[in-house]
Unconditional design. Structure first.
Length: 106
């Protein structure tokens, strides 16, 4: 899978996009990619949409709850005596996504 990240101006958070390649190098179809997603996420949290920068349909992980989750992570860091830095926000976000990625074969 290729991963790209755009900024979602509506939710003011990063938005993740995924495109899978098959063994022969051809792009996976929507149905093939949906096979790699846990059923609870298909067409709910993860949908097929037009990528805003590439003229191509890709899987999109909806950013609607990303801001709330990031706030919770930052609050946890602060409550444990840490000092979160703005320049670490993308790293923290990617770590959060990696731990919960609904794709089984990344």
């Amino acid at each position: 899978y290729d991963l790209s990240i755009t900024y979602d101006f509506y939710t003011r958070t990063p938005r993740l996009w995924l495109q899978g390649d098959g063994e022969n190098g051809e792009l996976l179809t929507k149905e093939e990619m949906y096979q790699d997603i846990m059923g609870d996420y298909t067409d709910k949290t993860v949908t097929m949409e037009e990528h805003p920068k590439i003229n191509q349909q890709q899987l999109s992980i909806h950013p609607c709850n990303h801001a709330k989750v990031m706030k919770r992570i930052i609050d946890t860091i602060l409550s444990n005596g840490g000092h979160p830095k703005v320049e670490q926000s993308l790293f923290v976000f990617l770590k959060f996504i990696a731990a919960r990625m609904p794709i089984s074969q990344l």
